[in-house]
Design a protein around this ligand. Structure first.
Ligand code: MN
Ligand code: MN
Length: 423
C-alpha cells in the first residue's frame, strides 16, 4: 500500500513546480511584466512559500480536486475572491417523477449569477411537462431526442412545432406553453431563464390554477356541470406526467383549426442549419440573438466549439454577465476582475460557468476532444470586446508605452477579432 502523503507529493502539478524553479528576475520579464511592483512582490513571496506552505497533509476530496486542479492549486496569477464562477448540474437535487426529471442551477447554488438561471430536464416519450407559464422568458436548446412544443400568443394564435437535437425555442414571459416528449426515447433539453433566482418549482401550473379556483367559478367559467368539474380537480400538481404520444404534427395543427389560428411568429430556431457566424482553424461560433431569432429579445446566445488546444480569445462583454453551459469536453477559464482579482477554474460537461459583466476571460480547451459550450446573456444581442482587436486599433506608440513591445512584436498580435484562436 502506498503512503498517501508521498503519493500526494508526486501528484503536485508540474506547472507549479516549474514555476517555483523560475527566478524572480525571469518572472519579472516573462509572465508578470504587466503587474505592479506590489503585486509582483506578492507573487514572488507566494511562489517562494509554495513548496512547504502549499502542502496539504490532511484530508481531501481527491476526485473533486482532480477535476479542479486549477482551483486546488491556483496559478500564481490568481488573486482574491469575487464569488463562485463554477457549479455543476451533477451536484444539485434532481426532482424525479413518473415521466422524467428536472434539476436546476440558479442563484441558490450560484449566487453570483443574478441575470440568468438554468434548468436541465428529461421527458420520456409521450410524457408532458405540464401546461404552464412563468415570470421569466424561457430560452431552450434540445440536447437529445425529440419533443413537441406549443405556445399561445395572447391574441389566441397558436404555435406548434417539433424540435430535435440542436433546435432552440423561446417562450416569452407569461405566454402559456407545453413540452411533450416524442418517440423513440423522449428528450432532454436545457432551459435558460432571464432571472437569476428562477426556479422550475415556481412556475404557474394549470393543475394548481384549477385546484385553487372555487369550483362554482370553474363551472361558470368553463360552462361545465359539477360532475365534470369534479373530474378535472386534482389533489396534487402534475408537473411532469406520462401520456400517450401525440398525433402527427400536421394532424395536430389541423385539429386546432389550421392556418386560421396559426401563430404568425416563429418560436423555434434550427441552430445547426445556420452557417457558423465565425469559423477558424481552432473551431467555430454560432451567435443567435434578436438579429436572427427575433423573438429572443432578452436572451442572446453563442454556441462555441473549441478544438483541442484552441482558445476562446481574451475578451469581455460590455452589456451583460455571461452564464455558460458546458455540453462537451474539458477546459479552463480564468476570469480577471478589477482590483487585481482573478480566479481560474476547470470545467467539464454538465458544468455551469459564470463571468461578471465586463470581466476579462478566456476559455482554453485542455482536453483531447472538442469543447462545446454556450455563452448566454440577458441581452437583446451578443456583444464582445476583443483585447487583441483593441490593442491593434490603438496607435502603436500607445501600445508600446503600456506593454513595452516593439512595433514588430505588436504586429504579431492578431489585428481582428478572431473569437477562436487555434492551439
Ligand atoms: Mn416553461
Ligand atoms: Mn465570453
Amino acid at each position: 500500500m502506498s503512503d498517501p502523503i508521498s503519493e500526494k507529493e508526486t501528484m503536485e502539478s508540474p506547472s507549479r513546480r516549474s514555476f517555483i524553479g523560475i527566478s524572480s528576475a525571469a518572472l519579472a520579464t516573462a509572465a508578470f511584466s504587466g503587474l505592479t511592483a506590489s503585486a509582483q512582490q506578492t507573487q514572488d513571496t507566494r511562489s517562494a512559500e509554495k513548496g512547504i506552505s502549499a502542502s496539504d497533509p490532511g484530508q481531501e476530496n481527491k476526485p473533486l480536486l482532480d477535476e479542479n486542479p486549477e482551483s486546488n492549486m491556483p496559478p500564481p496569477t490568481d488573486h482574491g475572491d469575487f464569488g463562485p464562477i463554477w457549479y455543476s448540474f451533477d451536484l444539485v437535487h434532481k426532482r424525479v417523477q413518473d415521466g422524467g426529471w428536472t434539476h436546476e442551477v440558479n442563484s441558490i447554488v450560484l449566487p453570483t449569477s443574478k441575470d440568468l438561471a438554468g434548468v436541465n430536464m428529461r421527458i420520456t416519450a409521450g410524457s408532458f411537462r405540464e401546461l404552464h407559464w412563468h415570470t421569466a422568458d424561457e430560452w431552450a436548446i434540445m440536447l437529445y431526442g425529440n419533443a413537441r412544443v406549443t405556445v399561445m400568443n395572447p391574441d389566441g394564435s397558436m404555435f406548434i412545432d417539433d424540435v430535435g437535437k440542436g433546435d432552440l425555442w423561446l417562450f416569452p414571459a407569461g405566454f402559456p406553453h407545453s413540452i411533450q416528449g416524442l418517440g423513440p426515447d423522449g428528450c432532454e433539453f436545457l432551459l435558460v431563464f432571464d432571472q437569476g433566482d428562477f426556479s422550475e418549482d415556481g412556475t404557474f401550473l394549470l393543475s394548481e390554477t384549477i385546484a385553487h379556483t372555487p369550483r362554482n367559478i370553474l363551472a361558470k367559467n368553463f360552462g361545465l356541470n359539477k360532475d365534470s368539474i369534479d373530474r378535472i380537480v386534482r389533489k396534487e400538481s402534475l408537473y411532469i406526467f406520462p401520456a400517450d404520444l401525440p398525433l402527427s404534427l400536421a394532424r395536430d395543427k389541423a385539429a386546432i383549426g389550421g392556418p386560421r389560428v396559426a401563430s404568425p411568429i416563429q418560436y423555434t430556431f434550427k441552430l445547426f442549419d445556420m452557417t457558423p457566424t465565425r469559423k477558424t482553424l481552432g473551431g467555430e461560433v454560432r451567435i443567435v440573438d434578436s438579429r436572427n431569432f427575433p423573438v429572443s429579445k432578452n436572451i442572446a446566445a453563442a454556441l462555441v466549439t473549441l478544438k483541442p488546444g484552441a482558445l476562446r480569445e481574451l475578451h469581455w462583454h460590455p452589456n451583460a454577465s455571461e452564464w455558460q453551459f458546458w455540453l462537451a469536453g474539458k477546459g479552463r477559464m480564468t476570469v480577471v476582475m478589477n482590483e487585481g482579482k482573478a480566479r481560474t477554474m476547470d470545467f467539464n460537461a454538465n458544468d455551469v460557468g459564470f463571468v461578471p459583466r465586463v470581466a476579462t476571460h478566456y476559455i482554453e480547451n485542455t482536453g483531447k476532444t472538442d469543447v462545446v459550450f454556450l455563452e448566454m446573456f440577458k441581452a437583446d444581442r451578443f456583444v464582445d470586446v476583443s483585447l487583441n482587436n483593441w490593442l491593434r486599433r490603438l496607435p502603436p506608440e500607445a501600445v508600446r508605452a503600456h506593454l513595452n513591445l516593439t512595433a514588430e512584436q505588436i504586429e504579431k498580435i492578431p489585428a481582428d477579432k478572431e473569437l477562436v484562436i487555434a492551439g
